[in-house]
Design a protein around this ligand. Sequence first.
Ligand SMILES: Nc1ncnc2c1ncn2[C@@H]1O[C@H](COP(=O)(O)OP(=O)(O)OP(=O)(O)O)[C@@H](O)[C@H]1O
Ligand SMILES: [Mg+2]
Length: 454
Amino acid sequence: MHILFSKPLFPNILGITVVLILSGWLMVQAQGNWIFIIAIILVEFLVISIIFMQFYNKYARPLNKASKTVNEMIKGNYSARFNNSNSKEMEQLSKNINKLARNMNEITIQEQMQAEQLTSIIDNMKNGLALIDEKGYVHLVNRGFLEMFQGEDKQYRGHLYYDVFENEAMHNVVQETFLYEQPVKEQFKNERGLTKNYMEVIAAPVFNEHNMIKGAVLVIYDITELKRLEKMRKDFVANVSHELRTPITSIRGFAETLKEKQHDEQAAEEFIEIIYKESHRLQLLIEDLLELSRLEREDFQLEKERFNAKQMIDEVLPQLEQKAAKKDLDFTTSISPDTDVYADSDKLKQVIINLVDNAINYTPSGGNIHLSINEENERVHILIEDTGIGIEQKATSRVFERFYRVDKDRSRNTGGTGLGLAIVKHIVEVHQGEIVLESEVDKGTAVHVYIPKP
Ligand SMILES: Nc1ncnc2c1ncn2[C@@H]1O[C@H](COP(=O)(O)OP(=O)(O)OP(=O)(O)O)[C@@H](O)[C@H]1O
Ligand SMILES: [Mg+2]
C-alpha cells in the first residue's frame, strides 16, 4: 500500500484522481448533454495521457536506458554510461550506475594487469612450467618449457600429459603427485640431437578450497651446470687422493724396508733420499692445494699496488737464471724499463716463476727461453716463450685443468703437481686479466699473460 504514496507515483495518482473526480462532477452537471459528456471524456483522456506521458518520460524511459546500460556492463563493457537529471531519483541512480561502471572498469584493469604480470613472469622464468588438471589434461606450458623440449604450445595444451610428455620421469612425478598428494622430485636426462642436458622436475599438487586435488604444477630445472660442477668436485677429490697416494705409498714402502734393516749403508742413504724427495713433493702438493683454495675463496683479496715491472723481475731473475743455467738453457729477457703494473706483486711473481719453471722443465738442454714485458692497448703484456717439446693442439686448453699433465711420467719426474697452470690461470683471472697459450709440438710454447692497466 505504501508504494502508492511513494514519491514518484503519488503526485500522478493524485492528479488522475482529481481529473476523474472533476470529470465525474462535470458529467453530472452536463445532465445528459452527450456532446458535452463526449467533450469531457476527450479532455479527461487528454489530461490523463499527458500525465502518463510525463511519468513515462520522467521515470519509465530513463529506467529503460538504465537497464540497457546495466546490460552493457553485464556484457563487460564498463565504458557504458547513463546520464539523467530529469528527477532527483534518476540523478542519484545515474550517479550510482556510473560509479559502479568506473569501479568495475578499475577492477578489470587491475585484474588484467595482474594477469599480464603473471603471464610475463611465467613466460620469462628460465625454468620450465606446466599445469595439469585433475583429469590429466595440460592447461599451460610456459616458454621455458617449450625451449627445453623444443615444441609448440598447441602440441601440449589441451592434450593428456602422458600422450605429449616424452619423458618417463615426467609421467612418474605426475602419477605420484596425484597418488600421494605430495610434492615429488625426479631427475632425468633430456637428449636433443647431440646435446644432452640434465633436468630436475618437481611436481606439486594443487588443491581447491575444499582441499580436493585440482591438478598438479610441474617446474623443470636445467641442472646440467650443477651436475658438471658435481662431477668436477668428485673428479677433484679422486685426483687429490690419487696424487697423495703415490708419494705416501713410496714413503711407506721405503720406510718399511729401512725398518727391516736388511740393506747396506749406501742403499739406506738412497732410500732416505727418496723419502725426502717424496715428502717434499707431498708438501708442494699440499701447498698448491691450499693456494688454490685460498684463491677460490669468495672473500679473497688481492693486495694490489703500482710497481715497476723491471724491478719486480730483477727480484726473481737470479733464481730463474740459475735454474736455466743448471739445465744449460739460454735464458734472455726484454723488459721495457718504464712499464708499471698495477697488481698483487707477490702473486704476479708467482705467475712468472711458474711459467718460466714450466719453460725450463719442458725444454731440453741447449734450448732458449725468452721473457718479455711490454705495454699494449691499455694492458701489460707478459710473454714467456720456449723452444721446448711443445703441447699437442688438443691438450692446449686442458693444461689449465687441475692435475692435467700432457705426459704424466715426464711431469712427475720434474717434481710437478699438475696444479701450476691452474693456479696461474686463477691469479690472472682474479686480476681481470687474460691468459693465452700457443704451442707446437717439438717447436716450443708461448704463454701470453695480459694484465689490465688501472
Ligand atoms: N712450456 C711448456 N711446454 C710444454 N708443456 C708444457 C709447458 N707448460 C706446461 N706444459 C704441460 O702442461 C702440464 C700442466 O702444467 P702445470 O704447470 O699445470 O703442471 P706441472 O708443470 O706438471 O706441475 P706444477 O704444478 O709443478 O707446475 C704439464 O704437465 C706439461 O705437460
Ligand atoms: Mg708447472
